[in-house]
Design a binder for this molecule. Structure first.
Ligand SMILES: [Zn+2]
Length: 201
């Protein structure tokens, strides 16, 4: 975990500075008036950043959480460290109704990218079976395919289909851009031993 705040991925709403509230409740066995989220053990909690949770608004918890702390997480995608803010936890668990079992695994930029990728995956599935795609739909299908290959969701197989579609495509504002993107991705995902590398024999 980085010690410097500058190394934390900033959150668009909360920034990257922990929000000091001066509240620092500790788990108090055996009285048990304080329950903290099991995903945020003491080593990831930022001291003195607690806010009281509203246990009545949590989504049928086995054990309700009484306080939320700003807590460090490491993003599963980019591996950078970010803060899962106490205020954001309250929003997740008390406003959005997420169960306490759900944890925040990705930083905000990676969450955004993941949502876009999910939407592109869904659009790909919708457009794939269409027999008569419009020129716009062709371009959209190509963009989704390229994004999914670039993100590693697909191997390079869809690239051949993309190339075939682009060869037959009618003039389109985005045609040049998607051709360039295709070439970049083909280069980045070139199969090993495709004869394009230096001949060492
Ligand atoms: Zn990330």
């Amino acid at each position: 975990m980085p010690k410097r705040r500058a190394d934390l991925v900033p959150h668009p709403r909360y920034g990257r500075e922990p929000r000091v509230t001066g509240l620092d409740p500790q788990v108090d066995f055996p009285t048990c008036t304080v329950f903290l989220h099991w995903y945020s053990p003491s080593e990831v909690r930022v001291p003195n950043t607690a806010i009281a949770a509203d246990t009545s608004r949590q989504n049928r918890p086995t054990i309700a959480v009484t306080h939320c702390f700003d807590s460090r997480r490491r993003c599963v995608d980019c591996r950078r460290v970010f803060l899962f803010f106490a205020a954001e936890q309250k929003y997740w668990y008390e406003v959005l109704g997420f169960p306490l079992e759900s944890d925040c695994l990705r930083c905000v930029p990676c969450r955004k990218r993941q949502r876009e990728l999910d939407a592109q995956g869904q659009r790909y599935e919708e457009l794939f079976p269409l027999e008569d795609r419009t020129p716009d739909q062709d371009i959209e299908f190509v963009e989704c395919s390229l994004a999914l290959v670039a993100a590693g969701v697909f191997g390079r197989r869809p690239l051949e289909r993309v190339r075939a579609i682009l060869k037959k495509a009618k003039p389109h504002l985005k045609l040049q851009t998607v051709w360039e993107r295709l070439r970049e991705i083909e280069e980045a995902h070139a199969p090993v031993g495709d004869g394009q590398g230096p001949d060492l024999t």
